[in-house]
Design a protein around this ligand. Structure first.
Ligand code: NAD
Length: 359
C-alpha cells in the first residue's frame, strides 16, 4: 500500500476547523485500507507570522517542498494588516506558488442538485452544472515585463503592462487541460482573444497543434467576451475550459459564483509533476472563525482533488465526492447552504456526516 506524504497547512481563521474535517475524511479512507497516511502539520499565514515571524516560515516551506501534496486551509488575519506587504498572511500562497512552480490552477464549479436554489441564476440553468476551469497561473500580463507607469513628454502619465506567453508555457498548461478533459467528458474549450491579441493567437495555434496528440478530446475555441456571456446563458454547455492567467482569474470567479455557495468550491494548483497545493477558494472568514459555523465541504472536496490529481487515486476521490453528494441529499446543511427543510449542522457535524457516509 502506498504512503501519501501530505503537508497540512491549516493557516488562519476557519482554516484549522475546516482542515481538521478534511483530515478526518482522509483518515477514514486510510482506515479502510485505501492508502497509508503520513501527515505533517506546519504554521502558515498569520499563524506562521505569529509563530516564526514570517507568513511562510522556512520550516513550512521546507516541509511543503518535501511533501507530495499540500492540504491548505486559508490565510488572512485582519489584525496583521498593518504589516508591510511581504509579511502579510496572504503572501504565503504567492510564495508557495512561486517556490513550488505551481503553474496550473484547477477550479471546479459544480452545482449539486440540492443547491441549485443558491445560485443567482434560475435553478434550471445551473442545476447539474459541472465545469472545470484550468487557468495558467504564473505568466501572462500579470507577470510580463516591461511594466510600469511612466511620464510622457507632454507631461501625461501612462500605465503599461506586457501580455506575453511563450509556446512552452502554453503547451504545458494545455497538456494539463487535455489530460483533465480525458478524465471527464472529453470536451475542452480553449478561451482566448485571438481576434485582437497576438499572444492569444499563439495560444490558439498551440492548443490546436496539441489537439493532434489527443484525438479522443473534442477541442473548441471561444473568445473570452463570448465565454463570459455563455457562462451566464448556458453554463452546462461547458466541461473543461482552459485559459490564460488574466482571463482565467475573471472567468473562474464568474463560474464559481454561478454556484452561489463559496463554502463548496475546491481548487488545485499543480506543478509539472502533479505535485499540488489543494485549498478551498474562500478565505479565512474571520467573521465566523472558531464558532463551528464554517462549511468544511470545499476543503473536503479539495482533498478529493488531491487524491485524483497528485496520487492518481480516482476511486478514493470519487468515494469522497459521492459521500459529499450523499450528505447533501440526506438534508444536512451548514448555515451558508441552509435551505428550507434542511437540517442545520456545524463544521464538525458536517465533517462527521461525510465520514459516516464513507461507510
Ligand atoms: P472570505 O472568503 O474569507 O469570506 C467571505 C464571506 O464568505 C464571509 O462572510 C465568510 O463568512 C463566508 N465564508 C467563507 N468561507 C466560508 C465557509 N467555508 N463556510 C461558510 N461561510 C464562508 O473573504 P474575505 O472576508 O474577503 O477575506 C477574509 C480574509 O481571507 C482576508 O484576510 C483575505 O485576504 C483572506 N483570503 C484568503 C484566501 C486564501 O487563503 N486563499 C482567499 C481569499 C481571501
Amino acid at each position: 500500500m502506498s504512503t501519501l506524504n501530505i503537508a497540512v497547512l491549516a493557516g488562519d481563521g476557519i482554516g484549522p476547523e475546516i482542515t481538521e474535517q478534511a483530515v478526518a475524511v482522509l483518515e477514514r479512507l486510510s482506515e479502510q485500507g485505501q492508502f497509508a497516511l503520513n501527515l505533517e502539520h506546519a504554521a502558515v499565514g498569520g499563524a506562521g507570522y505569529r509563530a516564526k515571524g514570517h507568513p511562510l516560515p522556512e520550516g513550512t516551506l521546507a516541509l511543503a517542498k518535501a511533501s507530495q501534496a499540500i492540504l491548505f486551509g486559508s490565510v488572512g488575519d485582519f489584525s496583521l494588516d498593518h504589516l508591510s506587504r511581504e509579511l502579510r498572511p496572504e503572501q504565503a500562497i504567492l510564495g508557495l506558488r512561486k517556490a513550488l512552480g505551481l503553474f496550473a490552477n484547477l477550479r471546479p464549479a459544480v452545482v449539486f442538485p440540492e443547491l441549485g436554489h443558491a445560485s443567482t441564476l434560475k435553478p434550471e440553468i445551473v442545476s447539474g452544472m459541472d465545469i472545470l476551469i484550468v487557468r495558467e497561473l504564473t505568466g501572462d500580463i500579470y507577470f510580463g515585463q516591461p511594466r510600469g507607469i511612466r511620464r510622457l513628454e507632454n507631461g501625461d502619465r501612462e500605465g503599461f503592462d506586457t501580455m506575453v506567453y511563450n509556446e512552452t508555457e502554453i503547451r504545458r498548461i494545455g497538456r494539463v487541460a487535455f489530460e483533465a478533459a480525458a478524465k471527464r467528458s472529453r470536451r475542452l474549450c480553449s478561451v482566448d482573444k485571438a481576434n485582437v491579441l497576438e499572444t492569444t493567437q499563439l495560444w490558439r495555434d498551440v492548443m490546436t497543434e496539441l489537439a493532434a496528440d489527443y484525438p479522443n478530446i473534442e477541442l473548441s475555441h471561444m473568445y473570452v467576451d463570448n465565454a463570459a456571456m455563455q457562462l451566464l446563458k448556458n453554463p452546462k454547455q461547458f466541461d473543461v475550459m482552459v485559459t490564460g492567467n488574466m482571463f482565467g482569474d475573471i472567468l473562474s470567479d464568474e463560474a464559481s459564483m454561478l454556484t452561489g455557495s463559496i463554502g463548496m468550491l475546491a481548487s488545485a494548483s499543480l506543478d509539472s509533476n502533479n505535485k499540488g497545493l489543494y485549498e478551498p477558494i474562500h478565505g479565512s472568514a474571520p467573521d465566523i472563525a472558531g464558532q463551528d459555523k464554517a462549511n468544511p465541504l470545499a476543503t473536503i472536496l479539495s482533498a478529493a482533488m488531491m487524491l485524483r490529481y497528485s496520487f492518481g487515486l480516482e476511486a478514493s476521490a470519487q468515494a469522497i465526492e459521492q459521500a459529499v453528494s450523499k450528505v447533501l441529499a440526506q438534508g444536512y446543511a451548514t448555515a451558508d447552504i441552509q435551505r428550507p427543510g434542511a437540517q442545520l449542522v456545524g463544521t464538525k457535524a458536517m465533517g462527521q456526516a461525510v465520514v459516516a457516509a464513507l461507510g
